[in-house]
Design a protein around this ligand. Structure first.
Ligand SMILES: *[C@@H]1O[C@H](CO)[C@@H](O)[C@H](O)[C@H]1NC(C)=O
Ligand SMILES: *[C@@H]1O[C@H](CO)[C@@H](O)[C@H](O)[C@H]1NC(C)=O
Ligand SMILES: *[C@@H]1O[C@H](CO)[C@@H](O)[C@H](O)[C@H]1NC(C)=O
Ligand SMILES: *[C@@H]1O[C@H](CO)[C@@H](O)[C@H](O)[C@H]1NC(C)=O
Ligand SMILES: *[C@@H]1O[C@H](CO)[C@@H](O)[C@H](O)[C@H]1NC(C)=O
Ligand SMILES: *[C@@H]1O[C@H](CO)[C@@H](O)[C@H](O)[C@H]1NC(C)=O
Ligand SMILES: *[C@@H]1O[C@H](CO)[C@@H](O)[C@H](O)[C@H]1NC(C)=O
Ligand SMILES: *[C@@H]1O[C@H](CO)[C@@H](O)[C@H](O)[C@H]1NC(C)=O
Ligand SMILES: *[C@@H]1O[C@H](CO)[C@@H](O)[C@H](O)[C@H]1NC(C)=O
Ligand SMILES: *[C@@H]1O[C@H](CO)[C@@H](O)[C@H](O)[C@H]1NC(C)=O
Ligand SMILES: *[C@@H]1O[C@H](CO)[C@@H](O)[C@H](O)[C@H]1NC(C)=O
Ligand SMILES: *[C@@H]1O[C@H](CO)[C@@H](O)[C@H](O)[C@H]1NC(C)=O
Length: 728
């Protein structure tokens, strides 16, 4: 019953958040850090400081007037002295403004770069006021995370001869990066990361190579497709320590015949370099100071060159090679990586081999992602070689067999374990019975295996667990009450097993943070009183095929954020409660199919999926359905619905499946004008009293594959799928 089969795994692991929180907690000095700029201006001798230079103050106010959200973020920009203003810093002898930090303060944790860009695109636009030109003494300029809305990178920046730090990343600039930036001979940090949505480009990197002081360059997502000499040009910046050229459309380089000059390089990210040639890979073997290497989604990586290069990079701590379509034995790679490697991501390739030898060949690794390969072997043998340093392990979607042994319990640092989509057998009872050391576990996914036996009573000792997925196994027995003690749990998926027994209030007693509950497709009795006040307020509740009382559960009404609800085949009967008609408008996914509900259909408004089939609903299709223009699937089959086929279906441009079969609909099928349900793939109208001609709108439905309709075309019998070529 699981709703969407996306890789929840990645997003569930908020490692940045954890690290950030850890940093804040262990230092507790975040306020001092933020106050740093200010401190610079407090004269320690206590003498009266002169306020900032008036012309620069006026320039700052002009700059502010063109920035989005100019009241909120500039609330400290008042008074005569501009030096203590937030984001501003002045030189302590000349009083000139030397720092301007206008980075838009984002509160959320943006994991995904595309998300940031979409968010920025929706944010109000900012402009760089020409008065910026007056801040000639700037050493530090940060305009990142503003929506500069397709403007060019301001040319005046190239005249700030003192500039050491320039950050224009994610500022939505477009067009050619001015080569005059090559005049900034004091620049150490240059961050012009683009957005995938923007059109930022550089046709040549000659200007970049002239800035010999550079330590840090980020030009990810900048279109460098015309910078054919990029490698040579970058190679001449000997001071470079960090280079990010992610998804930069880097052109093909035949074979680098020049010596490797980047002897200080520590961090290199050329992920998404689709023209990577083996010769570059081998050339990189000279980068002996490299600590971080990201080659995700590159093409042209071959195992042999990889082995040679990895063998030479003895300081490597983090290596990323996701989605390269590499075939071959994984051991060849694993044996040659540095023993100081902490983070290895080989997911999404076609690597084969036995997992039991992998950890034996690695050093004390902390992060290991091997999901989406062809690995086999026995998990219990692998686990014997686990080291307590392991924090993250994903073996999702391989061919791993065996039982999870008890010693997994010794992995005291483990936070994330994903063994889903494998052939793991045996029980988990033994494994977790002695749990006591896995207190750091945040996310456990064992779904889609062949795990049997009962759920352990001692699950509650995983008291930091936020995500538990054991769906699609064959767990049996009852759900222990200790489940209700997992107070950090956010998503709980026990669906599609053979669990039985009663589900009671006690199963949820401390689950205050639960956002998703899926217990469908077991043999469970849900015994929750009507006046129950759940401790949680969930987004998704799936209880399909559970056994419930016939009366519609009133406690659902308390779930004010609910978006997805399935109570399919739970034995409900009678009318829907009156509150439900309003409530259902907020749901994007509603499944009440296969019950014995009667009375009128509920209202619909925001829904994407509505399945009310196999009930005894009566009356016409409510007019409120006309508002559901996002509807993708609508099934009302096997009810007693009457009235006509509403013409508002013509406007349902996203509708893929429409099943109104086995009802009492009458009248003509509408002939649509102007607007058509163009996404329709499947249409079922059989067993109604519909009349009229073949619905001509179907010729606009390019994707139609199933058409079941008795009265409209006599040839067509029920439940037949026709190919598109059969339409008139
Ligand atoms: C649990 O795992 C199944 C199978 O991998 C997946 O379809 C489902 O979406 C997952 N549940 C959650 C809550 O992530
Ligand atoms: C002025 O700043 C410099 C560094 O920017 C610092 O070394 C110096 O001590 C400061 N002088 C005073 C008087 O604060
Ligand atoms: C530039 O700004 C972005 C976003 O504000 C930040 O993530 C990045 O670390 C900054 N770059 C440098 C070199 O400090
Ligand atoms: C900046 O660089 C350009 C060449 O890119 C040059 O023509 C110009 O004179 C330089 N300007 C200054 C102020 O140095
Ligand atoms: C990059 O620029 C080239 C030409 O300058 C253009 O043909 C190509 O479509 C651009 N690529 C992207 C992803 O914008
Ligand atoms: C790299 O260093 C060598 C030797 O110092 C030098 O001859 C060469 O010009 C440098 N290459 C580049 C591209 O700067
Ligand atoms: C890499 O370059 C060599 C020539 O130097 C060429 O023969 C080979 O086909 C290239 N490989 C790929 C994957 O493009
Ligand atoms: C790397 O792997 C190759 C091929 O397996 C091997 O010949 C070589 O000795 C290895 N190099 C290192 C440094 O381990
Ligand atoms: C680790 O695995 C290797 C090879 O499978 C095995 O020989 C070795 O005994 C294992 N080490 C431990 C500590 O279990
Ligand atoms: C696991 O830890 C226990 C003690 O905490 C120890 O006795 C046992 O030997 C360990 N098992 C392994 C395989 O390291
Ligand atoms: C699941 O386990 C039960 C026993 O607990 C067994 O009867 C049943 O056949 C198993 N189902 C599958 C699909 O393995
Ligand atoms: C389950 O609940 C029903 C009804 O409340 C009760 O009769 C039955 O004894 C319960 N079963 C168990 C195993 O607690």
């Amino acid at each position: 019953m699981a709703a969407n089969g996306g890789c929840k795994g990645e997003s569930i692991f908020p490692k940045h958040v954890i690290v950030l929180i850890a940093v804040i907690m262990s230092f507790g000095v975040i306020s001092c850090c933020l106050g740093h700029v200010r401190d610079d201006h407090h004269d320690r001798l206590g003498t009266e400081r002169r306020s900032c230079i008036e012309s620069e103050r006026r320039a700052l106010l002009a700059i502010r007037s063109d920035m989005y959200d100019s009241n909120e973020r500039f609330s400290s920009w008042i008074g005569e002295d501009c030096c203590p203003w937030r984001g501003v810093a002045c030189d302590n002898t000349t009083n000139h403004v030397i720092k301007l930090d206008l980075r838009y303060p984002l509160t959320d944790d943006w994991d995904d770069e595309d998300d940031i860009c979409f968010m920025l695109e929706g944010m109000g636009a900012s402009k760089v006021n020409p008065a910026l030109h007056d801040l000639k003494y700037l050493k530090h300029l940060d305009l990142s995370m503003n929506n500069c809305f397709g403007a060019n990178v301001p040319l005046m920046i190239a005249s700030f001869m003192h500039l050491e730090y320039l950050n224009l990343s994610n500022a939505m600039f477009d067009g050619l990066i001015p080569p005059q930036l090559g005049n900034l001979s004091n620049l150490h940090y240059l961050d012009i990361k683009g957005c995938r949505l923007s059109d930022l480009r550089a046709d040549d990197l000659d200007w970049l190579s002239r800035i010999s002081s550079l330590i840090y360059v980020d030009m990810s997502f900048v279109n460098l497709s015309k910078a054919t000499n990029w490698l040579h040009q970058v190679n001449s910046i000997r001071s470079l320590k960090v280079l990010h050229l992610k998804w930069a459309n880097l052109p093909f380089v035949l074979s680098p015949s020049f010596p490797f000059n980047l002897t200080s390089i520590v961090k290199l990210d050329i992920s998404g370099y689709l023209n990577l040639n083996t010769t570059i890979l081998r050339w990189l073997s000279h980068a002996s100071s490299l600590v971080y290497l990201d080659l995700a989604s590159c093409k042209g990586v071959d195992t042999e060159s990889l082995q040679i290069t990895l063998g030479a990079l003895s300081n490597l701590k983090e290596f990323n090679l996701q989605y390269n379509g590499i075939k071959g034995e994984i051991l060849g790679i694993v044996m040659n990586v540095s023993k100081s490697l902490k983070h290895l991501d080989l997911s999404g390739n076609s690597l084969s081999g036995d997992i039991t030898q992998i950890l034996w060949n690695l050093g004390p690794v902390e992060y290991l992602a091997l999901d989406g390969n062809e690995l086999d072997g026995d998990i219990s043998e692998m686990v014997k070689n686990f080291t307590s340093s392991l924090r993250y392990l994903s073996l999702r979607s391989n061919h791993i067999a065996g039982e999870i042994p008890q010693i997994i319990d010794n992995l005291t640092n483990l936070e994330y374990l994903d063994l889903s989509y494998n052939g793991i057998t045996g029980g988990i009872l033994m494994t977790f019975e002695s749990i006591g050391n896995l207190q750091n576990m945040l996310s456990l996914d064992l779904s889609k295996n062949f795990i049997t036996g009962q759920m352990p009573e001692t699950f509650d000792r995983l008291y930091n667990l936020e995500y538990l997925n054991v769906s699609y196994n064959n767990l049996s027995g009852i759900i222990p009450l200790s489940m209700g003690q997992l107070s950090a749990l956010s998503e709980l998926d026990l669906s599609s097993n053979s669990l039985k027994g009663n589900i009671t209030e006690a199963h949820f007693s401390k689950l205050t943070d639960l956002t998703l509950l899926d217990i469908s497709y077991n043999s469970l009795n849900v015994i929750l009183p009507n006046d129950w006040l759940p401790p949680f307020n969930a987004y998704s509740i799936f209880m399909g095929s559970c056994h419930m009382e016939t009366k519609f559960p009133a406690w659902i009404h308390t779930q004010t954020r609910l978006e997805q609800l399935s109570l399919s085949g739970v034995g409900l009967s009678g009318n829907l409660p009156t509150w439900f008609s309003d409530f259902s408008k907020g749901l994007s996914n509603l499944n009440l199919s296969s019950n014995n509900l009667n009375g009128p259909l509920p209202s619909a408004a925001a829904n994407e999926v509505i399945d009310l089939s196999n009930n005894s609903f009566v009356g016409p299709i409510p007019l409120s359905f006309a508002n559901t223009s996002n509807l993708a699937i609508l099934s009302l089959s096997h009810n007693n619905i009457n009235g006509s086929f509403p013409s508002f279906f013509c406007n349902f441009n996203y509708l893929q499946v429409l099943d109104l079969s086995n009802n009492n609909l009458s009248g003509e099928v509408p002939t649509c004008h102007k607007s058509f349900p163009t996404s329709l793939q499947s249409l079922h109208l059989n067993h109604n009293n519909l009349s009229g001609r073949f619905p001509s709108f179907l010729k606009h439905c390019e994707q139609l594959v199933t058409l079941v309709s008795v009265k409209i075309i006599c040839m067509m019998k029920y439940q037949h799928g026709w190919e598109k070529t059969f339409y008139p």
